[in-house]
Design a binder for this molecule. Structure first.
Ligand SMILES: C[S@@+](CC[C@H](N)C(=O)[O-])C[C@H]1O[C@@H](n2cnc3c(N)ncnc32)[C@H](O)[C@@H]1O
Length: 193
């Protein structure tokens, strides 16, 4: 599965007209990045790095992980000259464990890997913040061809953070995706310590 993912995303990112991941950083990241004290960040499944670039411009040192070396190369080129630093690393996130108690801020957008979520919590320092934002299964979705295994169930993000975290914000909202409406969930949580 990971090998087909790599091929698919390498092909997308090789197309220089591919602009989907070049938009603004996640709105939830913009709201909560200022609430951490340190500058060590992790961008998970970063793609071409809209979130990593946003953080590096603010002086964060960002570890940026993805399976696509093509996406990471584009990110590394875009990061030259920013005040912070972006370290890119090709990683297959299936079965991956980030280092424990390491990061002030972790962001994951438009990527769902359920077994990884508790490991991301463990990778936060006490007081650190995790921001996640991705698509959900909803009967109102106008795009219906996505694999439901990669779509969140209603309120699912909140289920992972019932103990040991403060939920700062949780929202379900609709976005236009290629012109069609698609429901998403976004959450920001702080690790208690
Ligand atoms: C929809 S893109 C999201 C990119 C970025 N997070 C954003 O929101 O702009 C999904 C990303 O997940 C990465 N990905 C998919 N499967 C992966 C795996 N097994 N390991 C690491 N990265 C993976 C893809 O290469 C792609 O960059």
């Amino acid at each position: 599965m990971a090998e087909s993912d790599r091929k698919k995303w390498d092909a997308k990112y090789s197309d220089t007209n591919h602009q989907i991941e070049h938009g603004e950083a996640s709105y939830m990241l913009k709201q909560y990045h200022g609430q951490v004290t340190g500058k060590r960040a992790l961008d998970v499944a970063c793609g071409t790095g809209r979130n990593a670039l946003f953080l590096a411009a603010l002086g964060f040192h960002v570890d940026a992980l993805d399976i696509s070396s093509v996406g990471l190369k584009r990110l590394a080129e875009a990061a030259v000259g920013l005040s912070g630093q972006v370290d890119t690393r090709v990683v297959d996130l299936d079965g991956f464990s980030p280092p424990v108690e390491t990061y002030d801020l972790i962001v994951v957008t438009n990527y769902l890997n359920r077994p990884l979520i508790p490991k991301l919590g463990a990778s936060l320092l006490a007081g650190g913040i995790l921001v996640m934002d991705t698509f959900m299964l909803d009967q109102r979705n106008e795009v219906t061809h996505y694999n439901p295994d990669y779509l969140l169930k209603k309120s699912e993000f909140t289920e992972y953070f019932q103990t040991g975290y403060q939920i700062l914000k949780f929202e379900e909202y609709c976005v236009k995706n290629s012109g069609c409406g698609m429901w998403k969930q976004a959450i920001a949580v702080r690790k208690l310590g």
